[in-house]
Design a protein around this ligand. Structure first.
Ligand code: PAF
Length: 311
């Protein structure tokens, strides 16, 4: 495994692989890696010839009062996880490598970035897709891997790739969870033991709604209220919304298309997000939707063999 700090040195190395037609997988991260990142890397290693991981805490996706300064960092541990997970190359640029003096261009997302986190974190997705576009241009991967936990991020990046013809296949990997269902995140390290205990109610609520959906409930309001009833222990429920899984448009009445129930909440000073997919039975789906659902079900079945870790 080789580590690169500059775009030039990484590019020189990647140039050596390209003539051989090797399939390049890419896992962009902000570091402080955990088992969720390991699942992204494993997927890349399984599907690609070489796997590149970037570790860069991207300043442009943080708001002025957010946690950029205290975002957790553990570079040595990250290296070890990458090494044992089979990563080929790590790219660890500093901020001036990505945003040199005079930098002034960014990528503006469309309506898919407006609801949910977009409504509470102005400019966040502009920062995300600007850096993702830059990283895609630097690494030029065939496939890139993102976690389902950042559900809106996945939708915004898919839209980016479609709209700007970036030619990168986007793979969404199911959320990895603790045995009690709590979704893994680098920001979980901020939680005290008591807050961590309270934070369980988020996944409990999402799974309650998912169970109600699987039992036949289709009314979006009832499904949301089923989840909300479990989430009373958080300090501030920022949003809890059922959205179309592809467009992220609101679903006001009956859920008749693949949907995602998405939540963001503060527990203490820590902002947490999570989501579950609600997918109607295949008879109601188009061929394309059917393919998406059967893919999701296969993934859940594989993950289910390891316990309640994925959604
Ligand atoms: O999901 C993340 O860790 C970040 O938003 C990403 C995609 C690496 C861009 O900075």
């Amino acid at each position: 495994m080789q580590t690169f700090r500059t775009i030039k040195s990484l590019d020189q190395c990647l140039k050596g692989y390209r003539p051989a037609g090797l399939r390049v997988g890419f896992v962009p991260t902000m570091g402080f890696l955990h088992e969720g990142h390991r699942a992204l890397i494993a997927e890349s290693v399984a599907r690609c010839d070489i796997t590149v991981v970037s570790i860069f805490v991207n300043p442009t996706q943080f708001g002025p009062h957010e946690d950029l300064e205290r975002y957790p960092r553990a570079l040595e541990r990250d290296h070890e996880l990458c090494r044992t997970a089979g990563v080929s190359l790590i790219f660890v640029p500093n901020a001036s490598e990505i945003y040199p003096p005079g930098f002034q261009t960014s990528v503006e997302p469309g309506p898919v970035a407006e609801p949910l986190c977009g409504a509470f974190r102005p400019g966040h997705f502009r920062g995300v897709i600007t850096v993702v576009t830059k990283l895609f241009n630097i690494v030029q991967p065939d496939v890139a891997f993102f976690g389902q936990k950042d559900f809106q991020q996945c939708a915004v990046i898919r839209q980016l790739v479609r709209d700007l013809n970036l030619g990168v296949e986007i793979v969404t990997v199911p959320t990895v969870r603790e045995p009690d269902g709590f979704a893994l995140s680098s920001r979980n390290s901020y939680l005290s033991a008591a807050d961590r205990e309270r934070a369980r109610c988020l996944s409990r609520g999402l799974f309650a709604a998912q169970a109600a959906f699987q039992a036949g409930e289709r009314d979006s309001r009832t499904l949301v209220e089923t989840a909300r009833a479990q989430m009373m222990e958080v300090d501030c429920l920022q949003y809890l919304e059922l959205r179309d899984a592809g467009t992220l448009e609101a679903i006001p009445g009956l859920v008749e298309q693949p949907a995602a129930l998405c939540v963001a909440a503060y527990v203490g000073a820590t902002r947490l997000i999570d989501n579950v997919l609600l997918t109607p039975p295949p008879a109601a789906l188009s061929d394309h939707e059917l393919e998406l659902v059967s893919h999701a079900i296969n993934r859940q079945a594989t993950a289910g063999a390891e316990g309640p870790r994925s959604s």
